[in-house]
Design a protein around this ligand. Structure first.
Ligand code: UD1
Length: 367
């Protein structure tokens, strides 16, 4: 009997589900893996399964891209019959993408327990699609695993019983620990040695969907590139908007790469002088690596990376980015320490808890 049906759908899910699947196997919990197909390109999906040794999914929904409504609805529609035939004791979802919420919602409506890994993070910015996914997923989850202690206060504010919440640390950092030695050196990914460089990733709708915002960001990145070469693994959404808005010449001189695999990205970050990003995961990975990170957003749902880590919240304003970059060049950037339980053992903590928790979940959850 399958006890736990694990769900992954988009790139940032894969490095979280990998250690969870491994820990469940190690503790003898019967699990299956379902891929929704939200991300489907080799570079956005298959390469992560290969690099991280994630088992081949038992189920693949092949939903692909679409508006948020279409994508979420399509995952729900295709997930329901699979859930009906597998009949797991619980569905485990990770992170905050559309697939996370869609599968959690189907499970909750069918009375199947929902486990959320990376619960309780809040940007308090409801214009961010992921924030909606976080709030709603947490509301319908039965067991919530958190990566940092601030998450518990966020959940309690929303009326969630603390007895359902457990602080276990960061499964994504488990993956980082496990793979750091295998990271591909930056010189190999770049095809040329660069003694010093910055890495930029940009894909948030708030940064890349408006032509003026995107143009201003690319301009200031162009300025930075004249002092420190900037390497840009380009997300498909960003690439297509740059083309659509006629901004392709703004990329001239930058070291633009297609989306890179996990081991390449790890090497690029590890060897970088600094990282500029609007990603959530990269704020955490740079803190774990001790590399200065400038976050090009107005807020973060991962405040521990600022309080304890190497992250600085800069926002999308070019003057602020210029100033923050100048500081890193002058003093080497922020140093930090490793947050509690970001120690490579978060997934094992989850598996041990589930070992005790699953047998106590009998039948359909009370309404
Ligand atoms: C999604 C997540 C976001 C995460 C990001 C990482 C949501 C709401 N957003 O955003 O939290 O940080 O993944 O990448 O779930 N595309 C491809 N190939 C693919 C996948 C997408 O070309 O394999 C293109 C398509 O044009 C698509 C666009 O990228 O329309 C956006 O993909 P989508 O999954 O809708 O959202 P992301 O921006 O990737």
């Amino acid at each position: 009997m399958t006890q736990v049906l694990c769900v992954a759908g988009a790139r940032p899910n894969f490095m979280k589900i990998a250690p969870v699947m491994a820990a469940l196997a190690e503790t003898g919990i019967a699990a299956q893996l379902l891929h929704t197909g939200q991300h489907y390109d080799t570079a956005m999906s298959d390469s992560f399964f290969a690099d991280l040794g994630i088992p081949r999914p038992d189920h693949h929904l092949e939903v692909g891209s679409g508006s948020h409504a279409v994508q979420t609805a399509e995952v729900m529609r295709r997930f329901e019959p699979v859930l009906g035939s597998v009949q797991p004791q619980a569905v485990l979802v990770v992170g905050d993408v559309n697939s996370t919420l869609a599968c959690a919602l189907v499970a909750a409506k069918r009375g199947v327990r929902v486990i959320h890994v990376e619960a309780g993070l809040r940007s308090y910015d409801r214009s961010m699609p992921e924030e909606i996914n976080r709030v709603l997923t947490d509301q319908i989850s039965d067991l919530l695993f958190t990566t940092e202690k601030s998450a518990l206060a966020n959940l309690q504010r929303e009326g969630i019983d603390p007895a359902r919440v457990e602080f276990v640390g960061n499964v994504m950092i488990d993956t980082l620990h496990r793979n750091l030695e295998r990271a591909v050196p930056a010189s190999r990914t770049l095809g040329t040695p660069l003694p010093q460089y910055a890495v930029l990733t940009l894909h948030r709708p708030s940064n890349v969907d408006d032509p003026a915002t995107l143009a201003a960001l690319l301009d200031v990145v162009g300025e930075i590139n004249r002092r420190l070469p900037v390497v840009v693994p380009l997300h498909p959404r960003t690439r297509s908007n740059i083309e659509k808005f006629g901004l392709a010449t703004r990329l001239d001189g930058l070291h633009v790469l297609p989306p890179v695999g996990y081991l390449e990205m790890l090497g690029l970050m590890r060897d970088a002088r600094l990282v500029l990003t609007d990603s959530g995961g990269i704020q955490e990975e740079t803190t774990a690596l001790g590399v200065p990170c400038l976050t090009l957003r107005e807020n973060t749902e991962r405040p521990i990376t600022i309080a304890e880590g190497t992250n600085t919240l800069v926002g999308p304003d070019p003057a602020a980015i210029r100033a923050a970059f100048g500081e890193v060049m002058a003093d080497g950037g922020k140093s930090g320490r490793i947050p509690e339980y970001w120690d490579g053992r978060a997934a094992m903590r989850i598996a041990h808890t589930l070992k005790g928790w699953l047998p106590m979940q009998k039948g359909i959850r009370a309404a």
